[in-house]
Design a protein around this ligand. Structure first.
Ligand code: PMP
Ligand code: GLN
Length: 383
């Protein structure tokens, strides 16, 4: 293995899920739902397979899916030409990796907010570039906030791009319009490319709005907007994602993408197109449902003795383990499955500054209520 990939031999999700399976633990570690997406979407996929949609789809993705993505993005007031400004990828993961491979090179720096989703550091390393991390700030109100001064300080002459994930995994923070405007101003000032990861765009709670960075003034021409169907329609295993942006950026990403996977997920593409067009109400109901699950798990964690942080989006809620007498979230998470039968993920593994994040653990609430209740029951044994 080449040295630059040595830190990336395994993922916390694979390891924690394996441990949860081995110990029979309730898995609130890896974020994936335990119920299916809209029945009509599943039916379209079945029909597609039955009717022979089983060979390579077109390189940029099936036209009906690109048209459906363009229509969905127009809900944010952003316009993309389905023929030149939208590329279907094998999940958001491939879009992120391909964008790094296509847009940054050795010697370049990419700014990430910390904690960062694990694939970002790996994708920056794949491209041979360096990451500069900017920690989110634990605000007194339990929210993790963007520190614009720290961001400004992290941008240097070699900084080429910034990767922005909102709604944010693992904290559940949804970046505010003001925070995004601050990021946008720095992107314009330093002529940066913004790559956004909006896979949780449909999962914001309490009326909090998702603002795409690319919808802000001055940003359309420099932003590559990435999202995927997995979280929107409970189909994380289908791996249908997309990148949208100016033709120049999208065609660059396509150059890398076509030699990673060429294409993917033929029969799932019409199914996701169908869901984007006809199942917005289903997605809205999912959001309501998940908001209730967030409340259910947050209340349970608090009752079990954790100090719960605020989550306004995603599948995740973070909690401080110190009130229970623990100091190291990783140590706790590695012992938790064996000890009480629950799996969670330590946030420090998504950072370059583990000391700063040692006390924070992430729990996924995208599970059936009885699963959440069972986890909470077991977590009470920690007190
Ligand atoms: N970005 C974030 C923030 C995620 O949490 C995930 C994982 N679900 C992904 C990207 C990967 O998305 P996909 O499964 O579409 O590749
Ligand atoms: N995105 C999911 C999470 O954060 C996991 C995806 C994966 O296993 N790579 O839990």
């Amino acid at each position: 293995l080449v040295p630059r990939l040595e830190p990336f031999t395994s993922t916390i999700f694979a390891e924690m899920t394996a441990l949860a399976t081995r110990t029979g633990a309730v898995n609130l570690g890896q974020g994936f739902p335990d119920t299916d997406g809209p029945p009509s979407m599943l039916e379209v996929a079945r029909e597609a397979i039955a009717s022979g949609v089983n060979q390579y789809p077109p390189g940029p993705g099936r036209p009906e899916l690109r048209a459906a993505i363009a229509a969905q993005r127009s809900g944010y007031g952003t316009r993309f030409d389905p023929d030149t400004e939208i590329l279907v990828t094998v999940g958001a993961t491939e879009a992120i990796a391909a964008s790094m491979l296509a847009l940054v090179q050795p010697g370049d720096e990419v700014v990430l907010f910390e904690p960062y989703y694990d694939s970002y550091a790996a994708s920056v390393a794949l491209a041979g570039a360096q990451r500069r991390v900017v920690p989110l700030a634990e605000a007194g109100d339990g929210r993790f906030a963007v520190d614009l001064d720290a961001l400004a300080a992290a941008i240097g002459p070699r900084t080429r791009a910034i990767l922005v994930n909102s709604p944010h995994n693992p904290t559940g923070t949804v970046f505010t319009r003001a925070e995004l405007e601050g990021i946008a101003a720095l992107c314009v000032e330093h002529d940066l490319i913004a790559v956004t990861d909006e896979v949780y765009e449909s999962l914001t709670y309490d009326g909090v709005e998702h603002v795409p960075l690319g919808s802000l003034p001055g940003m359309a021409q420099r932003t590559l907007t990435i999202s995927s169907a997995g979280k929107m329609f409970n189909c994380t295993g289908w791996k249908i994602g997309w990148a949208c942006g100016p033709a120049e950026l999208v065609s660059a990403v396509k150059a890398a993408k076509q030699f990673l996977t060429f294409v993917g997920g033929a029969p799932f593409q019409p199914a996701v197109a169908h869901a984007l067009e006809h199942e917005a109400a289903w997605a809205a109901a999912l959001r309501e449902d998940l908001q209730g699950k967030r409340d259910r798990l947050a209340a349970g964690l608090a009752a079990a003795g954790f100090e719960v942080r605020r989550s306004a989006g995603t599948y995740f809620v973070c909690a401080d383990v110190r009130p229970l007498g623990f100091t190291d979230g990783a140590e706790l998470c590695w012992r938790l499955p064996e000890r009480i039968g629950v799996a969670a993920v330590p946030v420090q593994v998504f950072t370059d500054n583990p000391d700063r994040w040692r006390h924070i653990v992430r729990f996924a609430f995208c599970k059936r209520d009885e699963v959440l209740d069972e986890a909470v029951k077991r977590l009470h044994k920690l007190a």
